[in-house]
Design a protein around this ligand. Structure first.
Ligand code: NAD
Length: 348
């Protein structure tokens, strides 16, 4: 039994990763498309065997309500559009899988959660790293205290973003620059590894003057997070340097590292620990799984078995609130306490 998906937005992520991933999925199938480009959609529909009558525009999107083949709507649009299409999708009676970042404000995240609750539909944020086996393995090592108590974490997600005209550089569509797009991986993965919520953040932000890419959104953010157990995380994200996606978790008797950590594939884990005077280095490797197929199948199973997804809307809201505190700290030049942040158990 496969759950039917409608893919909304046929940009890079949909065309290069999500649509091909259905070929590796066990419980999900693509049955409908939504796009503003009818010609492109026709070609894609033919390629993936989607019926012409299951192709929608943004205007007649709400007619998905009448399509029994569609159970899930997967939103793969620019960030500021996630809220509207999630809310309309839930009102059309569909479960929603929404790309990260969930939205561009905590108020929008809350409205999305409320709309899905009201319509009695499930909402999941597509945090693929939380379903990826190598990152899951590190989380297990952290939580089992394999190398003793974790003391601090360093995380970096950086890339050289090229096109100043792209929506990622327009604040009204993206919400921000490097932080919500790629820095979010550092934030979300640290929270995932620790299973704790930060209580305080302290941040810096910088954009190269005169660089057309950073007229509206930021180039660089560096921030620290303090956790209740005494763990500190130091994270950085950059839109103007060569690609680098890695983290290292430092514990009393060893460290665990993923480098690259956040890529679509090729994630590599390394650990190092001391046994007496001897230093051991390991490179444990788990079989690769298509991350998009894995996350879609998780959501499909939640629908088939009526379970709560591992990364529900509340997870996206949590990150959004923390990102807003990070921006506030950078603006004010002082630490910001996170009084509204609930501990994770509240929704897991
Ligand atoms: P993209 O620019 O390649 O695609 C965006 C699509 O939205 C295009 O088809 C575009 O035509 C359409 N669109 C509709 N209205 C638009 C408007 N007003 N302005 C601009 N485009 C409009 O972007 P993408 O890289 O596919 O990203 C889409 C979403 O997926 C974003 O939220 C992004 O953060 C997320 N994403 C997630 C991952 C991941 O690993 N999970 C990776 C890349 C992107």
């Amino acid at each position: 039994q496969r759950v039917g998906y409608a893919i909304v937005g046929l940009g890079h992520l949909s065309l290069d990763e999500i649509l091909p991933a259905f070929g590796e999925s066990k419980t999900s199938k693509v049955v409908a498309l939504v796009s503003g480009s009818p010609e492109k959609m026709q070609k894609v529909a033919k390629q993936y065997g989607v019926k012409p009558e299951n192709c929608y525009s943004y205007q007649n999107y709400d007619r998905l309500r009448d399509n029994k083949e569609v159970q899930v709507i997967y939103i793969v649009l620019p960030n500021s559009m996630h809220a509207e299409y999630t809310i309309r999708g839930a009102q059309a009676g569909k479960h929603i899988l929404c790309e990260k970042p969930m939205a561009t404000s905590a108020a929008d995240c809350q409205a999305m959660i409320d709309a899905c609750k009201k319509a009695d539909r499930k909402l999941m944020v597509a945090y693929r790293i939380q379903y990826e086996p190598n990152n899951r393995m590190i989380r297990q090592l952290v939580q089992d205290k394999k190398f003793g108590t974790v003391k601090f974490i360093e995380a970096v997600n950086a890339q050289n973003s090229a096109n100043p005209q792209h929506w990622r550089h327009i604040k009204a569509l993206a919400g921000g620059g490097a932080l919500p797009d790629i820095g979010l991986y550092c934030l979300n993965t640290v929270r995932y590894l620790l299973g704790e919520e930060p209580t305080e953040v302290f941040a810096w932000q910088y954009s190269t003057p005169g660089d057309a890419r950073f007229r509206e959104v930021e180039e660089f953010v560096s921030w620290q997070m303090k956790f209740p157990s005494g763990i500190y995380a130091s994270c950085s994200t950059h839109y103007g340097v060569h690609e680098s996606r890695r983290y290292r978790v430092h514990a009393e008797r060893g460290w665990m590292e993923a480098a690259p950590a956040f890529s679509y594939n090729g994630i590599r884990v390394q650990t190092s620990h001391a046994e007496g005077k001897i230093e051991h280095t390991d490179q444990p490797k788990l079989a690769e799984k298509n991350q998009f197929a894995t996350e879609m199948d998780h959501f499909s199973e939640c629908i088939l078995q009526n379970k709560q997804p591992f990364t529900p809307g509340e997870e996206g809201l949590q990150d959004q609130r923390i990102m807003e505190a990070i921006y506030q700290s950078a603006r004010e030049g002082k630490p910001v306490k996170l009084t509204e942040i609930k501990q994770k158990d509240a929704f897991r």
